[in-house]
Design a binder for this molecule. Structure first.
Ligand code: AMP
Length: 218
């Protein structure tokens, strides 16, 4: 089954996707993570990408669709993908349909993580992750635990990484782009009858439980 984890920046898409990877052995396809890997190279493209991402704007559909098609075409993850951060506008959603059709796949479920805007800013500005296992934490709501508690031994030497676009200046821009370009996609998927709403204001574990129940009921 392919799933889209949908919601505004800070809704917990990455966190909940990681839980699904762990519990359901699914493959997390995060366009943000793929782009951040690209940023590490010293190319002209990476400089342009950094500028766009730090401003909170969307990267061009061509670049994104290219990254996505490379992954969708991999037989090892066929029908077992969690789309995290994609699609983000109607053109990307239509391209996704075309690509999935080409590789004999469909979207079975869109999980809509619902969170009030008032708490998104705190969630985003408090966000950090482990430099080794990439586990996300939040300085306000889910403080980083002692690295010795982690199952991955390397994490003992971890740094806590903060994304350069997770600051209050870009947050309002990212939320506006979400409302203008991404939120209208809900109608697109609602008309296909695949959207399930989840109260993502609850604790991480409770949100995970809601998502697991929805998946198990399908
Ligand atoms: P994220 O990690 O999903 O919050 O994405 C971080 C940034 O990467 C976004 O603010 C965009 O600049 C860029 N990005 C990620 N996914 C997409 C996408 N599907 N379309 C366009 N830009 C994206």
């Amino acid at each position: 089954m392919n799933i889209i984890i949908f919601g505004p920046p800070g809704a917990g898409k990455g966190t909940q996707s990681s839980c699904l990877v762990e519990k359901k052995k699914m493959y997390q396809l995060s366009t943000g993570d793929l782009l951040r890997v690209e940023l590490k190279s010293d190319s002209n493209l990476s400089k342009k990408l950094k500028e766009i991402m730090d401003s909170g704007k969307l990267v061009s559909d061509d670049i994104i669709n290219n990254l996505i098609e490379k992954k969708i075409s991999e037989p090892s993850i066929k029908n077992n993908i969690i789309f995290d951060g994609f699609p983000r506008n109607i053109d990307q959603a239509k391209s996704l349909d075309t690509m999935l059709k080409k590789y004999g796949q469909i979207i079975s479920l869109v999980i809509n993580l619902k969170v009030d805007n008032s708490i998104l800013v705190k969630r985003i500005s408090g966000r950090v992750s482990c430099s080794f296992c990439k586990k996300p934490f939040n300085e306000f709501f889910d403080p980083p635990r002692d690295p010795s508690e982690c199952s991955n031994k390397e994490c003992i030497n971890r740094d806590l990484i903060k994304r350069s676009d997770d600051n209050e200046n870009t947050v309002s821009n990212r939320l506006k782009i979400y409302e203008d370009s991404t939120l209208p996609l809900l109608n697109f998927y609602e008309s296909k009858g695949v959207v399930k709403n989840v109260d993502a204001m609850k604790s991480i574990n409770e949100v995970t439980k809601q998502i697991n129940c929805i998946i198990d009921d399908l």
